[in-house]
Design a binder for this molecule. Structure first.
Ligand code: NAD
Length: 255
């Protein structure tokens, strides 16, 4: 039985990950705004500290897995919140709980990015500010842009943070596998809000998905539990697309 901390555990993809881990007999320490073992707001520094204290107490400073899944969609009106939760809330826990993973067994961490992170036009000062660790600048940049750019920028920065850190001494060097999953359109409360949003509904409905339809949360959870478990023992710095073929459609030759 592994002990795994999971942010965003109360809803959607996070809840599906939790279900799978429960079924496999693992112990999950959920972190969310509500309905979780550790209730904390990952949009603020003090909330992140509270989350990490809560996880540390619950796991006795030893984790076998960490999944940072909590996130907000592009339709959230305050676009500053999107970068604060999606990038800074995720990155702070990955970096801040890394030492607990070091004490775990065959430990692994998974960040939930998005396939929208590689869409045209996503490169922006938001991405640079995130990766520079400058939350005030990232929030300022996000404030002046539409939610979709704050969203995709935060998810690109998160995947890049994973790629930059996974092979380093503190992660691979300690035997901790760090990887990301990039889901495509997945039927969750976040997507339902987007489908009801006047600005984003049409673009979501017409977004090309070669396999057709939307992912179910468990389709994404299957990839996450693979990256947490022993069958992905040699995966390090991977960004696993689970998106019905959209990324391949947009970027067939980027390999
Ligand atoms: P969801 O809204 O169902 O779940 C998100 C969870 O994050 C909720 O339980 C929510 O309470 C939590 N959360 C939000 N703000 C928080 C905060 N400040 N502090 C703590 N917890 C907070 O959404 P979902 O679709 O399951 O999304 C899960 C992740 O997957 C997100 O990071 C999202 O960006 C990503 N994703 C989703 C899709 C999709 O189509 N649904 C596609 C690509 C990526």
């Amino acid at each position: 039985m592994a002990t795994i901390a999971l942010t965003g555990s109360a809803s959607g993809i996070g809840a599906a990950i939790r279900d799978r881990l429960d079924r496999e007999g693992h112990r999950v320490i959920g972190v969310d705004l509500r309905d979780a073992e550790v209730e904390a707001d990952l949009s603020t520094e003090s909330g992140r500290e509270q989350a990490m204290r809560g996880v540390r107490d619950a796991c006795d400073q030893r984790l076998d897995g960490l999944v940072v899944c909590a996130g907000l969609g592009p339709q959230v009106a305050d676009t500053r919140l999107i970068v604060s939760v999606n990038y800074f809330g995720a990155q702070a826990l990955l970096a801040g709980l890394r030492d607990c993973l070091e004490r775990g067994e065959r430990a692994a961490a998974v960040a939930i990015s998005s396939n929208s992170s590689r869409l045209p036009g996503v490169e922006s000062p938001i991405v640079d500010a995130c990766l520079a660790g400058d939350e005030s600048a990232a929030r300022r940049e996000a404030e002046s842009r539409e939610g979709v750019f704050a969203y995709a920028g935060s998810k690109l920065a998160l995947a890049r943070w994973v790629r930059r850190n996974a092979p380093q001494a503190g992660w691979a060097g300690k035997g901790i596998r760090l990887n990301a999953v990039a889901p495509g359109t997945t039927m969750t409360p976040l997507l339902k809000e987007g489908l009801e949003d006047a600005q984003y509904s049409e673009s979501i409905k017409t977004f090309p998905i070669p396999m057709g339809g939307y992912a179910q949360p468990d389709d994404i959870a299957a990839g996450v539990t693979f990256l947490l478990g022993p069958e992905s023992a040699f995966c390090c710095g991977t960004v696993l697309y689970i998106d019905g073929g959209s990324d391949a459609l947009f970027r067939p030759d980027e390999y």
